[in-house]
Design a binder for this molecule. Sequence first.
Ligand code: KG4
Ligand code: ZN
Length: 342
Amino acid sequence: MNQDTSGPVILAIESSCDETSAAVLGGRRVLSNIVRSQLQHAAYGGVIPELASRLHQQHIVRVVDQALVQAGISRQALDAVAFTQGPGLMGALMVGASFAKAFAWALDKPLIGVHHMQAHVLAHFLQDPAPSFPFLCLTVSGGHTQLVLVRAPLEMEVVGETLDDAAGEAFDKAAKLLGLPYPGGPLVDQHARNGNPAFVQFPAPDTDDHTFSFSGLKTSLLYYLRKKLQENPDFIQEHLDDICASYQHQVVTILLDKLARTATRLGITCLAISGGVSANSALRARFLDLCQTRGWQGFIPPMAYCTDNAAMIGIVAHYKYALGLVEPLDTAPFARGDFEGV
Ligand code: KG4
Ligand code: ZN
């Protein structure tokens, strides 16, 4: 845990997808981090945007209250209110943005808008030791797969991206084909632990050193399962662990291959992974192995800060506050977009 309490006391709110979360940071120290996951989406096999907005609307007051009580911080003691401005589901973002605006306005506190992907990267600064600059971060979530060159807390450049599906989608879509519930990423991880990663060899995409692509991999799994199920209708049940292990092995190989090539090309020796997929056990283990083999410094975030949470929004706001980067009250969320202008 980070013990550095010097700096502003910030209330941060995250509502970009299916987690309603609020956190209080005192300096870089997390005083509370409440995350309420919307499990209702599982019944539909994916996040339903309208349902997400409604559930954020229902939960946000309670979640913010809990964050303040657990932190032992009164509303008046806050120095700023931060919120996820984008990217994400527009309706979901609007709930957090409207709440944060009203809160900041009523208390007459500054409002700070935060880029969700920048927050996944800076989640590393919620703990010590933190990466040193410059470092290269592989950010892998449900909507993004990015290689981010980080020169300073708020100086980031996307140097690689996916052409199609994000790594999290690659896991979730594979899980769906295998009949596992949403979100399937953690379940593929769980089954893969007991499986043989060499059971079947899935193809790697033919893309640039810094460009990812996962749609071909997903399609090859689809065709593979179709063929095998024709021969044996129980094929999935009989080999679920091995299929998960083989598929996961290939996703992780693709991710680490591009990361290593880009780090070598840029001459970067400090590396990190972040985002929901950085909770994957194989990615974490093989990333640390890779760094050890190459003599690189490798950073993995604590599990609680991998998937969506408001503490990571708070840490970006911490650095923005120091530079006076605040938003006017007529600011609006954005569904898409890179770091520029944030
Ligand atoms: O960062 P995140 O919580 O939300 C977005 O910003 O998208 O990432 C969610 C993604 C989902 O696709 C989920 O399946 C994946 O992260 N995920 C995992 C694991 N835990 C979460 N994927 C593979 N293995 C895991 N252990
Ligand atoms: Zn996220």
